[in-house]
Design a protein around this ligand. Structure first.
Ligand SMILES: Nc1ncnc2c1ncn2[C@@H]1O[C@H](COP(=O)(O)OP(=O)(O)OP(=O)(O)O)[C@@H](O)[C@H]1O
Ligand SMILES: [Mg+2]
Length: 231
C-alpha cells in the first residue's frame, strides 16, 4: 500500500468563541499513503478546511500530533513549517488565488523562485502540461475561470511537491469545466506521483479517488462508495 506520507495522532482543534468551547476536529487518527488520491466530503462547517490548514501548518492543533513526510510539524517551529510548505506542499484553492498583476507564467515562475530556481523553462513546461501553451503571457483577468485554475494547478505542481492540498478546487466553476479541471488535477498528480487531498462537494470526485472520507462530528469516516454519501 506504500509508505505513510501524512499521519495524524489524536488530533484536536478547539475554538473558544464567547467563552463557549467548541471543537472542529475531534481526535482524528489519519494515515495517508504516498501517491493516494483522497476525497474529503462533509457538510459545511464540519471541519474540512480546518483539517487542511492543520496539515499545512497554517493553523496549530490544540492537542495531538501531525507528521508530514516523517517530520513532526510541532517540532519544526515556524521557520521549519514555512520551509516545509514551500518544499513539500502545493495548494489549489476555490478562488484560484493567482496574483492579478502577474502573468500566468510569472505566477507559476514565482513558485520556483521561492525555492531558489532561476530557470523559467519548468514553468513554461508546467503550463503546457495543463493545456495553456500560447497563453503564458496572459494576465489572470484575461483567462477564463477554468484556465485560471489550470494556472493554479501548474503553480502547485511546478516544484514537484509530494503533497497537493486542494480545497474545493472546482467549487467556483460550472459543472462541465469543473469536471475537466478535476480530471486534469488528478491526472497531473498521478503523473507526478503526488499525494492529493481534496475537499469537494461534487459527487463525481468519488470516481477519481482511491479513498473517500466523510467528516462527521469532527472525525473522518471511511466511505466505500459514493452511494453511501447520498444516504
Ligand atoms: N478562526 C475560527 N474561530 C472560531 N471558529 C472557527 C474558526 N475557523 C473555523 N471555525 C469553526 O470551525 C468549524 C469548521 O470550519 P471549517 O471552515 O473547517 O468547515 P468546512 O468543513 O471547511 O466548511 P465549508 O464546507 O463551508 O467550507 C465551523 O464550525 C467554523 O465555524
Ligand atoms: Mg471549507
Amino acid at each position: 500500500m506504500g509508505e505513510s506520507i501524512i499521519r495524524t495522532y489524536d488530533l484536536w482543534k478547539r475554538y473558544e468563541i464567547q467563552g463557549h468551547n467548541d471543537a472542529a476536529i475531534r481526535g482524528v487518527d489519519m494515515d495517508i499513503r504516498r501517491g493516494q488520491i483522497v476525497a474529503l466530503f462533509g457538510k459545511s462547517g464540519s471541519g474540512k478546511t480546518t483539517f487542511l490548514n492543520l496539515l499545512a501548518g497554517l493553523d496549530v492543533p490544540s492537542t495531538g500530533r501531525i507528521e508530514i513526510d516523517g517530520q513532526d510539524l510541532a517540532g519544526l517551529g515556524e521557520t521549519g513549517r514555512t520551509r516545509l510548505r514551500r518544499d513539500k506542499l502545493g495548494f489549489v484553492f476555490q478562488f484560484f488565488n493567482l496574483l492579478p498583476t502577474l502573468t500566468a507564467l510569472e505566477n507559476v515562475f514565482l513558485a520556483l523562485e521561492l525555492t531558489g530556481g532561476a530557470d523559467a523553462k519548468p514553468a513554461v513546461e508546467a503550463l503546457a502540461r495543463v493545456g495553456l501553451q500560447g497563453k503564458e503571457h496572459r494576465y489572470p483577468h484575461e483567462l477564463s475561470g477554468g484556465e485560471q485554475q489550470r494556472v493554479a494547478i501548474a503553480r502547485a505542481l511546478v516544484k514537484g511537491p509530494p503533497i497537493i492540498l486542494a480545497d474545493e478546487p472546482t467549487g467556483n466553476l460550472d459543472s462541465a469545466t469543473g469536471a475537466q479541471i478535476l480530471a486534469l488535477l488528478v491526472e497531473r498528480c498521478r503523473a507526478a506521483g503526488a499525494t492529493l487531498i481534496m475537499v469537494s462537494h461534487a459527487l463525481n470526485t468519488c470516481d477519481y479517488a482511491d479513498r473517500i472520507l466523510r467528516m462527521t462530528d469532527g472525525r473522518f469516516v471511511e466511505v466505500s462508495s459514493c452511494r453511501e454519501l447520498t444516504q
